[in-house]
Design a protein around this ligand. Structure first.
Ligand code: HEM
Length: 144
């Protein structure tokens, strides 16, 4: 039987539904993020897609390789957090997984999919924009 889970995991790594996790405020005293300091009460967010497509953690980062998720461990690294982590993480995660599995399996059973004329998937992959951010500077959480 075909295991859809690694395909969904890998899709959520490359194209997370929530590109950048929810906003948070830094605690009193502020927080260090590597070499950057954010003072207390600063609004910050985790750029999930940027982290999940960082070649340091996921080489080759932009390539769709579901097998990366075939053998799951409890190890939290390399980072993949499409539902974010901790207390404010997605409370609909289990329902989302059921829904994704059943949708994908229905599509696979009932449709033959192919790219439309003139499409090869590249445009969607390279030109899709995250409208929340203006692109370009990874330190600013750009989507590309
Ligand atoms: C693939 C599907 C989904 C993804 C990738 C996703 C992702 C996320 C993420 C990243 C957050 C955290 C936002 C933050 O950090 O503030 C979140 C929160 C939340 N999600 Fe989802 N979600 C999905 C589906 C669902 C579904 C199906 C439901 C409910 C039916 C749901 C309900 C919620 C709720 C209630 C929260 C807020 C949790 C809280 O603040 O305590 N999500 N989701």
């Amino acid at each position: 039987m075909f295991d859809y889970n690694p395909c969904l995991d890998e899709t959520l790594r490359l194209k997370p539904a929530v590109i950048a996790g929810g906003y948070r405020q830094t605690p009193p005293g502020g927080l260090w993020f590597d070499e950057r300091f954010a003072p207390s009460d600063t609004t910050v967010f985790v750029p999930a897609q940027l982290i999940q497509t960082d070649g340091r953690y996921w080489p080759p980062a932009r390539v769709f390789i579901p097998e990366r998720f075939s053998s799951k461990s409890n190890d939290l690294s390399p980072p993949c957090l499409p539902f974010t982590l901790g207390r404010q993480a997605c409370s609909g995660k289990n329902l989302a997984w059921i829904s994704m599995r059943s949708t994908l399996s229905k599509i696979a059973q009932h449709f033959d999919l192919s790219f439309g004329p003139g499409e090869n998937g590249e445009y969607f992959d390279t030109e899709a924009l995250d409208l929340l951010y203006d692109g370009g500077d990874p330190a600013r959480g750009a989507a590309r």
